[in-house]
Design a protein around this ligand. Structure first.
Ligand SMILES: O=C(O)CCC(=O)C(=O)O
Length: 284
């Protein structure tokens, strides 16, 4: 077999893999008119809502599945939500959310936003209980400390497992804030917040640069969503040490080496395992 010739000009784009070349997604294709129209809205506003993308029955099944898996009655701080339940790493136990994570329309948008082989960066079920206060506003790719305005390094879905109503904690967002520089929202910006009110099964899709947060739940019922965050494919290490080095060996390494291999956190929580510091997996 002839070896690929890499040059200084091609090294940034050459695919050196032998067996598994870089591939675009193999999902069913979506009408380009729909995708381009949605991208126009996303580029303009930073978000789009697709009403009733998923059937109510699929949401009911997800709700029942998730409800049985929550390990904690509430979060540990006001960002997680002191009256909010979160389910992390659900794919370790159930594949009920997989069709939502890989829905062809969502992937078609991600294909437009990112280079191939983008990653699932976070997957959670979030159940906001009555009495919960509004979550601090934030943008999801803010933990990559790159000056704004800039391209999005992340994008996310929030899927309404329950109806999102004006008073049950519907996600709030500031349209157009994906284009901001490094400022934080002031009182005038907060006056422009809108609530993502949408029927169950709908999807709020937004860029990682868009300011948003979970809403206050002033209703009598919990509000559940499934949220998937994706990140650009280069937001990763070159070697995938967490897959290649068995835990019993990692346990014998120095604290510094463990940290370098990824058993560490970029605050507040980049690199977490089930919402906890990855060093905890070495304790088991
Ligand atoms: O639950 C929501 O509506 C939004 C949650 C969120 O933005 C987050 O936890 O990062």
């Amino acid at each position: 077999m002839t070896q690929p010739l890499v040059t200084s000009e091609t090294i940034k784009t050459a695919d050196l893999a032998g067996r598994y070349k870089s591939t675009a997604g193999s999902q069913a294709q979506v009408d380009p008119l729909i995708v381009n129209d949605a991208m126009q809205r996303i580029n303009q506003d930073g978000y789009i809502i697709f009403e009733k993308l998923f059937a109510p029955a699929a949401m009911d099944a997800l709700k029942a599945d998730a409800a049985a898996r929550f390990k904690h009655a509430a979060g540990r701080n006001n960002f997680e939500g002191l009256a909010t339940q979160r389910l992390y790493s659900m794919m370790a136990e159930t594949d009920i959310a997989n069709p939502m994570v890989e829905h062809p329309l969502i992937l078609a948008l991600l294909d437009k936003i990112f280079e191939p082989n983008y990653l699932l960066s976070q997957l959670q079920v979030i159940n906001i209980h009555p009495g919960e206060a509004a979550q601090p506003l934030h943008y999801d790719d803010g933990f990559y400390p790159w000056p704004r305005p800039r391209r999005a390094l992340g994008a996310a879905t929030i899927i309404a497992v329950d109806d999102f109503t004006p008073d049950n904690g519907a996600t709030v967002l500031i349209p157009g804030s994906h284009d901001w520089d490094d400022r934080t929202p002031d009182a005038a910006d907060k006056a422009k917040l809108i609530k993502a009110v949408m029927p169950k099964g709908s999807v709020l899709f937004f860029l990682g640069t868009l300011w948003h947060g979970g809403g206050a739940n002033q209703s009598a019922d919990p509000r559940m969503c499934l949220t998937a965050q994706y990140c650009a494919p280069f937001c990763r290490t070159q070697e995938n040490f967490s897959l290649s080095i068995p835990k019993p060996r990692v346990r014998t390494f120095s604290e510094t080496i463990q940290r370098l291999l990824g058993y560490s956190i970029h605050p507040p929580f980049m690199g977490m395992v089930e919402g906890k510091h990855p060093k905890r997996v070495l304790e088991d």
